[in-house]
Design a protein around this ligand. Structure first.
Ligand SMILES: [Zn+2]
Length: 152
Protein backbone atom coordinates (compact mmCIF):
# COMPACT_ATOMS: atom_id res chain seq x y z
CA UNK A 1 0.00 0.00 0.00
CA UNK A 2 1.30 3.41 -1.02
CA UNK A 3 1.75 5.43 2.19
CA UNK A 4 1.75 8.82 0.44
CA UNK A 5 -1.86 10.15 0.36
CA UNK A 6 -3.17 11.87 -2.74
CA UNK A 7 -3.41 15.65 -2.43
CA UNK A 8 -6.81 17.38 -2.16
CA UNK A 9 -6.21 19.01 -5.56
CA UNK A 10 -5.41 15.63 -7.10
CA UNK A 11 -8.51 13.99 -5.57
CA UNK A 12 -10.73 16.85 -6.78
CA UNK A 13 -9.27 16.67 -10.28
CA UNK A 14 -9.78 12.89 -10.38
CA UNK A 15 -13.36 13.15 -9.10
CA UNK A 16 -13.95 15.90 -11.67
CA UNK A 17 -12.59 13.54 -14.33
CA UNK A 18 -10.41 16.53 -15.26
CA UNK A 19 -7.41 14.22 -15.00
CA UNK A 20 -7.17 10.61 -16.00
CA UNK A 21 -6.68 8.23 -13.11
CA UNK A 22 -3.52 6.20 -13.24
CA UNK A 23 -3.49 2.58 -12.12
CA UNK A 24 -1.34 3.53 -9.15
CA UNK A 25 -3.74 6.26 -8.01
CA UNK A 26 -6.76 3.96 -8.41
CA UNK A 27 -4.95 1.32 -6.42
CA UNK A 28 -4.25 3.82 -3.62
CA UNK A 29 -7.87 5.04 -3.59
CA UNK A 30 -9.08 1.44 -3.49
CA UNK A 31 -6.82 0.56 -0.59
CA UNK A 32 -6.71 3.81 1.45
CA UNK A 33 -9.97 4.47 3.25
CA UNK A 34 -9.10 8.11 3.96
CA UNK A 35 -8.45 8.95 0.29
CA UNK A 36 -11.42 6.82 -0.88
CA UNK A 37 -13.83 8.68 1.40
CA UNK A 38 -12.50 12.06 0.18
CA UNK A 39 -12.66 10.88 -3.45
CA UNK A 40 -16.24 9.63 -3.05
CA UNK A 41 -17.22 12.87 -1.28
CA UNK A 42 -15.87 14.93 -4.19
CA UNK A 43 -17.73 12.68 -6.64
CA UNK A 44 -20.91 13.16 -4.61
CA UNK A 45 -20.43 16.96 -4.57
CA UNK A 46 -19.90 16.96 -8.35
CA UNK A 47 -22.99 14.89 -9.10
CA UNK A 48 -25.09 16.99 -6.69
CA UNK A 49 -23.90 20.22 -8.32
CA UNK A 50 -24.80 18.83 -11.74
CA UNK A 51 -28.30 17.94 -10.53
CA UNK A 52 -28.97 21.49 -9.28
CA UNK A 53 -31.33 23.47 -11.52
CA UNK A 54 -29.63 25.98 -13.75
CA UNK A 55 -30.07 29.48 -12.30
CA UNK A 56 -31.21 31.65 -15.16
CA UNK A 57 -31.27 35.44 -15.25
CA UNK A 58 -34.87 36.58 -14.96
CA UNK A 59 -35.78 37.75 -18.50
CA UNK A 60 -38.56 39.93 -17.06
CA UNK A 61 -36.17 41.89 -14.80
CA UNK A 62 -36.18 44.95 -17.08
CA UNK A 63 -40.01 44.96 -17.07
CA UNK A 64 -40.04 44.71 -13.26
CA UNK A 65 -37.69 47.70 -12.97
CA UNK A 66 -39.73 49.76 -15.45
CA UNK A 67 -42.87 48.89 -13.47
CA UNK A 68 -41.17 50.13 -10.29
CA UNK A 69 -39.97 53.37 -11.92
CA UNK A 70 -43.29 54.14 -13.61
CA UNK A 71 -45.53 56.32 -11.47
CA UNK A 72 -48.32 54.26 -10.00
CA UNK A 73 -51.69 55.35 -11.35
CA UNK A 74 -54.04 55.78 -8.45
CA UNK A 75 -57.52 57.14 -7.76
CA UNK A 76 -55.96 60.18 -6.04
CA UNK A 77 -54.38 61.29 -9.31
CA UNK A 78 -57.74 61.10 -11.10
CA UNK A 79 -59.48 62.95 -8.27
CA UNK A 80 -56.82 65.69 -8.44
CA UNK A 81 -57.19 65.84 -12.24
CA UNK A 82 -60.99 66.21 -12.04
CA UNK A 83 -60.65 68.80 -9.24
CA UNK A 84 -58.19 70.78 -11.38
CA UNK A 85 -60.58 70.75 -14.36
CA UNK A 86 -63.56 71.81 -12.22
CA UNK A 87 -61.40 74.51 -10.61
CA UNK A 88 -60.33 75.76 -14.04
CA UNK A 89 -63.93 75.90 -15.25
CA UNK A 90 -64.94 77.75 -12.06
CA UNK A 91 -62.14 80.31 -12.54
CA UNK A 92 -63.12 80.87 -16.20
CA UNK A 93 -66.83 81.28 -15.41
CA UNK A 94 -66.01 83.60 -12.49
CA UNK A 95 -63.68 85.66 -14.68
CA UNK A 96 -66.39 86.11 -17.32
CA UNK A 97 -69.12 86.91 -14.76
CA UNK A 98 -67.20 88.86 -12.10
CA UNK A 99 -63.92 89.74 -13.85
CA UNK A 100 -64.50 93.51 -13.84
CA UNK A 101 -65.70 93.60 -10.24
CA UNK A 102 -62.79 91.44 -9.14
CA UNK A 103 -60.26 93.63 -11.02
CA UNK A 104 -61.76 96.75 -9.47
CA UNK A 105 -61.62 95.11 -6.05
CA UNK A 106 -58.02 93.94 -6.62
CA UNK A 107 -56.88 97.45 -7.69
CA UNK A 108 -58.32 98.91 -4.48
CA UNK A 109 -56.30 96.47 -2.33
CA UNK A 110 -53.14 97.73 -0.64
CA UNK A 111 -49.88 96.56 -2.28
CA UNK A 112 -49.08 94.20 0.56
CA UNK A 113 -52.35 92.28 0.00
CA UNK A 114 -51.78 92.13 -3.78
CA UNK A 115 -48.37 90.51 -3.20
CA UNK A 116 -49.97 88.21 -0.66
CA UNK A 117 -52.60 86.99 -3.17
CA UNK A 118 -49.93 86.53 -5.84
CA UNK A 119 -47.56 84.69 -3.49
CA UNK A 120 -50.08 82.08 -2.30
CA UNK A 121 -50.35 80.20 -5.63
CA UNK A 122 -46.63 80.69 -6.35
CA UNK A 123 -45.58 79.26 -3.00
CA UNK A 124 -48.07 76.42 -3.42
CA UNK A 125 -46.56 75.53 -6.82
CA UNK A 126 -43.03 75.80 -5.39
CA UNK A 127 -43.80 73.50 -2.47
CA UNK A 128 -45.52 70.99 -4.77
CA UNK A 129 -42.50 71.01 -7.10
CA UNK A 130 -40.04 70.41 -4.24
CA UNK A 131 -42.25 67.62 -2.84
CA UNK A 132 -42.46 66.01 -6.28
CA UNK A 133 -38.66 65.96 -6.64
CA UNK A 134 -38.18 64.62 -3.11
CA UNK A 135 -40.72 61.87 -3.81
CA UNK A 136 -39.04 61.07 -7.15
CA UNK A 137 -35.62 60.94 -5.48
CA UNK A 138 -36.94 58.58 -2.79
CA UNK A 139 -38.46 56.35 -5.46
CA UNK A 140 -35.21 56.19 -7.44
CA UNK A 141 -33.35 55.33 -4.22
CA UNK A 142 -35.77 52.46 -3.57
CA UNK A 143 -35.36 51.20 -7.14
CA UNK A 144 -31.57 51.36 -6.78
CA UNK A 145 -31.67 49.42 -3.51
CA UNK A 146 -33.87 46.76 -5.11
CA UNK A 147 -31.64 46.42 -8.18
CA UNK A 148 -28.51 46.32 -5.99
CA UNK A 149 -30.14 43.56 -3.98
CA UNK A 150 -30.95 41.61 -7.16
CA UNK A 151 -27.39 42.10 -8.45
CA UNK A 152 -25.80 40.57 -5.36
ZN1 LIG B 1 -4.49 7.89 1.01
Amino acid sequence: MNSVHLTEEKLQALADKAERTTALEMQHIANCMECRIKFENYQLINSTLQQLPQVAFDPDLADHIVAMVKPQRSAIHWAAFIAAILGGILVMVSTVLYGKQFFAFFIQLPYILRYFFALIPLSFISVQTVLFFLHHQQKMKTVKEKTDYLAT
